[in-house]
Design a protein around this ligand. Structure first.
Ligand code: NAP
Length: 301
């Protein structure tokens, strides 16, 4: 989307326009970015490991004090979001739970950021954050929606070949803005991710079939408390792996996949119908056999 250069206005009294232009010119020539991760939980920390390895400067803010984890990754942790925003990151990356994102975003003092900061997010649903960011952020902020289709478990041995879905929702076409967005996406490309540019709506339609289904089956199976045996088949091993892959994600994440993807309700209903249809087939055949036996027994008497 093309953005017109906005009129100068005092968004942040501490950050006059000249300074902003200067800071923008100072985008590290070696491709490094200053990235502020908001929501430094399971996934935020997982991403930070790779960002840090690639030499980016990391800032972090979260509801919980994750300062020790941040320090171990070479990131600076800020309990107060005002302090973080005053560091003028190039990119603010939301890695909050789907359910808390609106509240967290509203509490961010965005007036303390550089006026053309890039907002990116990694939520597992896409239409919801896209609409939220478009509604909440002033038009001068850039917006990049992404979904790394992997997590700390499936991506623990590297990201090569794993899909990174993204939509450039709003990237301004002056200054270093396109370059900044490219550099952020390059982080994933350098790790060998399969880069998939796709609209947020398309993503959500597919993700209900793939992601929500996977998590639902994984969670269902985990309720059975399955154990490995001496005679595991390949199929059973795949089921145990699915339980392991989905079990380390929070219930809040799973709930978000359901609540904030309108396609998930229909998928759950289809799954329910499919299960009932299978049971009907099995019990129908069992009834036939039992009835036949009953009649044979009574005829023999
Ligand atoms: P999550 O349970 O979805 O989110 C945990 C994060 O949300 C933590 O940083 C937590 O902060 C924050 N949070 C939760 N409730 C909050 C509240 N009321 N106020 C403020 N912050 C709150 O688990 P996650 O695995 O870390 O996922 C983070 C995001 O990445 C989600 O949007 C998820 O959909 C997306 N994602 C996850 C994966 C994955 O495999 N895990 C893959 C792709 C995308 P504190 O830690 O400070 O409590």
């Amino acid at each position: 989307m093309r953005c017109r250069r906005p009129a100068i206005r005092a968004v942040d009294a501490a950050q006059p326009f000249d300074m902003e232009a200067q800071a923008s010119d100072l985008l590290d020539r070696r491709g490094r970015l200053k990235i502020a991760i908001i929501g430094f939980g399971n996934f935020g920390q997982f991403l930070a490991q790779t960002f840090a390895r690639q030499g980016h400067t990391l800032l972090a803010h979260s509801r919980t004090d994750h300062s020790a984890a941040a320090a171990s990754l070479g990131a600076s942790f800020f309990s107060d979001p005002n302090d973080l925003c005053e560091q003028h990151p190039d990119v603010v990356l939301l890695s909050t739970s789907i359910l808390s994102t609106a509240t967290v975003l509203r509490a961010l003092p965005i007036q303390r950021l550089r006026r053309n900061t890039l907002f990116a997010e990694v939520l597992s649903v896409k239409e919801f954050p896209k609409n939220l960011l478009l509604k909440h952020l002033p038009p001068d902020f850039d917006i990049l929606c992404t979904h790394p289709m992997f997590g700390p478990e499936s991506g623990k041995d590297g990201w090569a070949g794993l899909p990174l879905v993204y939509e450039k929702v709003r990237i301004g076409d002056y200054g270093d803005r396109a370059e900044r967005c490219k550099r952020f996406l390059d982080i994933f490309e350098r790790e060998g991710c399969r880069m998939v540019e796709m609209s947020c709506a398309e993503h959500d339609a597919s993700a209900a079939e793939t992601q929500f289904l996977t998590h639902t089956v994984g969670r269902l199976l985990s309720l059975l408390d399955l154990k490995s045996t001496q005679i595991d088949t390949k199929g059973y091993e795949a089921l145990l792996k699915l339980v392991q892959n989905t079990g380390s994600d929070s219930f809040e994440l799973y709930n978000g996949l359901f609540m904030y993807n309108k396609n998930s309700t229909e998928l759950l209903e289809r799954l329910d119908m499919a299960f009932n249809s299978l049971k009907k087939d099995l019990f129908g055949k069992l009834h036939d056999v039992l009835r036949k036996q009953l009649f044979e027994d009574s005829a023999g008497n």
